[in-house]
Design a protein around this ligand. Sequence first.
Ligand code: SAM
Length: 254
Amino acid sequence: MTFHQWYLEHYQSRWEFLYTALLQPPKMYEFAEGLKRPYYLDEASLEAARALEVQPGDAVLDACAAPGGKTLVLALQLGGTGLLIANDRSSSRRARLHRVLQDHLEDQERSVIRVTGHDASRWGLYEQNRYDRILLDAPCSSERHVLQEPRELNRWGAGRTKRLALQQFAMVAAALEAVKPGGRIVYSTCALSPLENDGVMAKLLKKRPGASLLSKPEGIPWGEPTEHGWIILPDRAEGRGPMYIAVITKREEP
Ligand SMILES: C[S@@+](CC[C@H](N)C(=O)[O-])C[C@H]1O[C@@H](n2cnc3c(N)ncnc32)[C@H](O)[C@@H]1O
């Protein structure tokens, strides 16, 4: 099956509009408030980070943090209180993350951040019930990027999204172990493939009775509900996205 056949099957008559919107250059937002200098990112990414609703003093894990746009949001919300673990398994991307934190954050906000390089899918083996908030901005199909790179498009196969969905499930299950009861996880991807979005959430609800989904994130000005979360897609969000956001909590012990 080709890329187009796969997405046509999922998005049906909408695919033509979505495809056209995905081919446009991404709409970048100048995120400046509270930063030493502006950082440019998709506004949909800001919404994913804000959906975590970090409170001053929280212990926060940003499990897949590099290059760090969302980490900046979390650090500003902590304002130099609590703890922020900014983790990414890739050493080259961690180097970029260090530069982003250095260039854009004041010393006070940076003072509570620790950059680590662990495998997010194994986190629960080492820390349980530790974090108030976890952002899991998972590695994903990134179809908008794939469409703009002919070599990647040629290499695409449906097996890729299936493999990523398995990895994403392992990561979100590990985040569930690591979050405190009553704590909050935001699961986000920039994937169009429903397997990596609602598919991962459906599996989590089925296989992990401790997980429960909170209703749609509050106050996001663009996007639309999905079965288990919220998705911002560029054909209906003036070029923003794709960004899927689901908010999960771990049930308190009875
Ligand atoms: C979607 S990107 C994160 C973007 C980032 N949150 C931001 O807003 O700038 C996903 C990241 O996950 C990292 N990654 C992939 N597999 C990982 C794993 N098993 N554990 C931790 N990080 C991983 C990749 O290196 C990549 O930087």
